[in-house]
Design a binder for this molecule. Structure first.
Ligand code: PMM
Length: 290
């Protein structure tokens, strides 16, 4: 199993599923908005996540929660760039979570080593050329349109088949635009134009997504609505708030790691860092017993 996770050119080769910690420098992200909104607390949070076992830190300045409207470019730059610069200077592997080529470009100049674009290059026509020129790893996420109205696009006859087809097109467009295939990471985009049952079906299909797409797979389930739905209890079936979904997130981490995910993207790192290590140990035992 250990080699089936795949390798991303330009990043270290971890012998297990990697953990990407999230720092949202936003007032309004659905799960942690407002908590690390000034640069100093965002940098401190990033360093804490590394201390807890994060291999990479994903820094974003724009909320993509369902219904969110876009932040303007100047504000996104103001939020993200100082945090990227400082964390990179501390030796942290930083990925920048942005749909804007200008933000990606400035973040790369400030030391970021990965571009994580939830639109997979579709929101900004300059994104693919910028990433191609910088020759850095690029996350192609499954995306059907901006968050403001994405829920109406959550219509599938065969969610896994359609996500595979659409991500294959994303891979092909990135490669046609000059990004080396070995730098691509793919992501099913849990919660983006998906209903809870679509998200669960995609998590169940982790090994298939990995096999059919042929690129390392990032799974970003952390605190998402579908976990709230799974955990909903009481007479009114009320989902717990986002910050009470971290144990459920770690459960998805264990499942994804066992199914061959390359990395998970999580807000609370410690439990997931433990989960990927347990998954690796179990995998090692299985290999030894073979
Ligand atoms: N989800 C969010 C933000 N960025 N990036 C990738 N690659 N995949 C995701 O699923 C993803 C992402 C939204 O969640 P957040 O607001 O809690 O960070």
């Amino acid at each position: 199993m250990s080699n089936s996770r795949g390798q991303v050119a330009g990043l270290p080769r971890w012998d297990r599923c990697a953990v990407m910690g999230v720092v949202n420098v936003t007032p309004d992200s659905f799960s942690d908005g407002g908590r690390w909104f000034d640069a100093e607390s965002a940098v401190k949070r990033g360093l804490d996540l590394v201390a807890q076992g994060a291999d990479l830190v994903d820094v974003g300045g724009e909320s993509t929660r369902p219904g969110a409207t876009r932040v303007d470019e100047a504000e996104e730059l103001r939020r993200v760039i100082p945090v990227v610069r400082e964390l990179s200077a501390e030796g942290v592997l930083v990925s920048v979570d942005t749909m804007r080529a200008s933000v990606a470009e400035r973040a790369l100049a400030a030391g970021a080593v990965v571009v994580n674009d939830v639109s997979g290059g579709r929101a900004d026509e300059r994104m693919i050329p910028v990433v191609a020129a910088a020759a850095v790893p690029f996350v192609v996420m499954h995306w059907r349109g901006q968050s403001i109205d994405m829920n109406r696009r959550a219509v599938y006859a065969d969610v896994v088949g359609e996500v595979v087809d659409e991500l294959r097109r994303g891979i092909a467009d990135a490669v046609a635009g000059g990004i080396a295939e070995e730098r691509l990471i793919v992501d099913p985009g849990l919660g983006f134009a998906k209903q809870a049952e679509h998200d669960l079906t995609l998590v169940a299909a982790t090994a298939r997504l990995r096999a059919e797409l042929g690129r390392p797979l990032l799974v970003a389930a952390s605190r998402k609505r579908f976990l709230g739905r799974v955990l909903a209890s009481g007479p009114d079936a009320k989902p717990p708030p986002a910050r009470e979904r971290d144990a459920a997130t770690a459960a998805v981490t264990a499942l994804a790691a066992q199914a061959g995910a390359w990395a998970v993207r999580v807000h609370e790192v410690r439990a997931s860092a433990d989960a990927v290590r347990v998954a690796r140990a179990v995998e090692g035992a299985a290999e030894a017993g073979r």
